[in-house]
Design a protein around this ligand. Structure first.
Ligand code: DI6
Ligand code: FE
Length: 417
């Protein structure tokens, strides 16, 4: 007999999957139901077409009362494990100091590295846990977390272990990325190649032997690592089965976009200064553009990423928070979507697609997550809004009423008013 474990009824779906809805904006299906068996969606469609066996055989049901239901949000680029914060540097910047001056004075990433090295595992876990709970309450069901505030073997490993533990103790799917090449460790200030040896010959083998990372990332930038240095790190990561991400062309054009395409990266992230040639190279590859408007906003950058060129050449666009203490203390996917619209000119539909369907592609989960379709993972968010454009419209507040993660209801709608 056909049956399901959870039936969501009376929903207005934004499936983010044109093929299920005849290409309506947001992949909309009104008066809809979603049937879930185990952790998968087994039926999606108009209520009146729901097979009677599914209605009668449902173990549990959730009446969405006409609310909009979207795929669970996917924050595909965060640095949410770190200790301390940089509010004092924020004050310095408001008094006129620049990000680079603060970094040269021993602040910046180095100050978070000091705090992270000094923190216990428990402290790292509990601080990150609060941030992750906030993301979850705002509809996030999948999140990526990077290391990169340790810059020594033990602390990098500790950050990734904390991230893995977050994934087991929170109702989210969590992917980890090793970012040893985030900045030069202070001990190696005069020995760049020595630090890269450490990353490639010691850290990557230790990280992968322990199964602590799904991907590898590097900060390709004048103030960080050159494309050649990044390529070396990527080669070592690829040999160990890690998928590639890259912080590319955030503050200057270093050829990061072209590098991403050349090495088959899942994504090139930031891209404010990416060249037309770089975007064209990405278009010929499978590399997704991840835009991080929070960092652009918080650092008061002036040059927006080349969104028109990305659209023209058909490069998929994802959006993420970049949640980190230095350049993007943005603990909300919805705020990042708002900024993507206001600062970068995305449409609210592009922004939502960037936090769902295209973000899934970045994490190697295309079609599996970020869309509501038969066979996809049962991650959904229920919203008290009149239209999905409101997810990018309001700044502050939280319209998320319930989340379903892997078929489990996390926050029941009928317990709220
Ligand atoms: N790009 C950024 O904007 C952050 N890291 C990166 O690679 C900065 C992180 C920080 O300032 O702590
Ligand atoms: Fe980042």
């Amino acid at each position: 007999m056909v049956s399901c474990d959870l039936l969501i009824e009376n929903a207005r779906l934004a499936t983010m999957d044109g093929s299920e809805s005849g290409n309506l904006p947001y992949g909309e299906i009104a008066n809809a139901a979603v049937a879930i068996s185990g952790d998968r969606i087994v039926w999606v469609g108009i209520m009146s077409e729901l097979p009677s066996g599914l209605r009668e055989g449902a173990g549990n049901s959730l009446d969405a009362r006409g609310r909009w239901v979207t795929p669970g949000l996917i924050d595909c680029h965060t640095h949410l494990v770190f200790a301390g914060n940089r509010a004092s540097e924020f004050e310095m910047r408001l008094r006129g100091a620049t990000y680079e001056e603060i970094a040269r004075g021993g602040g910046g990433i180095a100050s978070t590295v000091r705090a992270t090295r000094a923190a216990t595992d428990e402290e790292l876990f509990s601080e990150a846990s609060k941030r992750l709970s906030t993301l979850g309450s705002l509809g996030v069901t999948t999140v990526e977390v990077k290391s990169g505030y340790g810059l020594d073997t033990e602390t990098e490993l500790r950050m990734l272990r904390v991230a893995r533990r977050l994934g087991t103790e929170h109702p989210v799917t969590l992917r980890t990325t090793f970012l040893g090449a985030h900045a030069l460790a202070p001990e190696y200030a005069d020995d760049r190649s020595g630090y890269l040896d450490l990353v490639c010959d010691t850290m990557i083998p230790r990280v992968t032997d322990e199964g602590l990372a799904d991907g590898i990332d590097a900060f390709c930038e004048g103030i960080a690592f050159t494309p050649e240095e990044c390529e070396r790190v990527f080669a070592a990561g690829t040999r160990r089965g890690l998928s590639i991400r890259i912080h590319a062309d955030q503050l200057s054009d270093c050829g990061g976009a072209a590098l991403a395409a050349r090495v088959g990266a899942m994504s090139a992230d930031h891209l404010e200064y990416a060249s037309e040639a770089g975007i064209q190279a990405m278009a010929k590859s499978e590399t997704t553009a991840v835009l991080l408007p929070g960092a652009f906003y918080f650092l008061r950058e002036q040059k927006a990423p080349p969104v028109d060129a990305l659209r023209l050449h058909g490069v998929p666009i994802a959006i993420a928070t970049d949640l980190n203490p230095g350049s993007s203390p943005i603990n909300s996917p919805l705020t990042a979507m708002n900024m993507a619209c206001v600062l970068f000119g995305l449409s609210p539909e592009e922004a939502l697609c960037g936090m769902t369907r295209n973000a899934a592609k970045v994490l190697g989960m295309a079609g599996e997550r970020g869309v509501l379709r038969v066979g996809s993972y049962a991650d959904l968010a229920v919203w008290n809004i009149g239209h999905p454009s409101e997810l990018s419209y309001w700044v502050g507040g939280n319209p998320c009423e319930a989340v379903v993660q892997g078929g489990a209801v996390i926050n029941r709608i009928d317990q709220r008013h």
